[in-house]
Design a protein around this ligand. Sequence first.
Ligand code: UDP
Ligand code: MG
Length: 316
Amino acid sequence: MIKLFLVIPCYKEQEVLPETSARLKRKMQQMIEQNRISPASRVVFVNDGSTDKTWEMIQELHKEDRLFSGIDLSRNRGHQNALLAGLMTVKDIADVTISMDADLQDDIDAIDQMLDQYFNGCDIVYGVRSKRQTDTFFKRFTAESFYHLMRWLGADIVFNHADYRLMSQRALQGLSQFKEVNLFLRGLVPLVGYRSGIVTYERHERFAGESKYPLKKMLAFAVEGITALSTRPIRFISQLGVGIFLFSIFMLLYFLLRYFTGNTVTGWASIAVSVWAIGGLQLLAIGVIGEYIGKIYLESKSRPRYIIEQFLHEEG
Ligand code: UDP
Ligand code: MG
């Protein structure tokens, strides 16, 4: 029987943990009774340097029931790094992992279909949101535009898929060979390859606590995703440069023509405007290039992506 590990990053989730752990326990017990998964399956909470009672609660859960394991990171490293820490820690003991958020916005009954697809030979199964009715219009709009933009920029990502996903052991072994520090898992996983499938589900609202992804973090995450996966923005800059250069030659010819026909330029407006426009474009271009150089800088240092302080786990 397969050992299923659920991997759940938690950052200041003390309001949701009691309910989340109870619901997951029920779900796991059900599957164990149906002989779908082995009794050695686990729910692994990764504490991402929370400053509240999250880690104490995870320790407590582990003590009461060995179904629950815990990983404590040495400090807050962000959702993506925390998730990776969890996956990499269990990649040699789990046959299958499913990652999800602590707030259970993702329907846990989709696990059944994910497992079906795994038994049918898929190594990766993506959870995809069917509707976004529970999200605010703003979140829905920004998120969907983001997926379109990513696709257009040439990144291979699954539409409306966040980090609710099943991965087999060998898919995780594949993922472990990607060493990048600028982590954007949902863009990286498709690069691992293997047969993959999709399960759609409805996304609920957070039942307690508040979102740890305010607008500022969401924007940073979007920029991270684009620059980590695509170098197309750099190419656009060069194309833009060529375009503007061609345009300036055309303007030169135009002004020469005016000069020789006796109509010398009278206004300064056109000059002033173009100086500003080109200055602005140059700054933008330098900014985009700087974004990539910053990435290279961080990658070249190859700092650890996370440090594990403690791993509470009981085999068997
Ligand atoms: N999270 C984390 N580290 C952080 C921020 C968030 O591990 O620095 C976790 C959080 O505990 C949750 C998941 O990432 O399990 C998604 O966060 P949230 O539900 O707040 O995001 P939203 O659903 O609003 O996009
Ligand atoms: Mg959430």
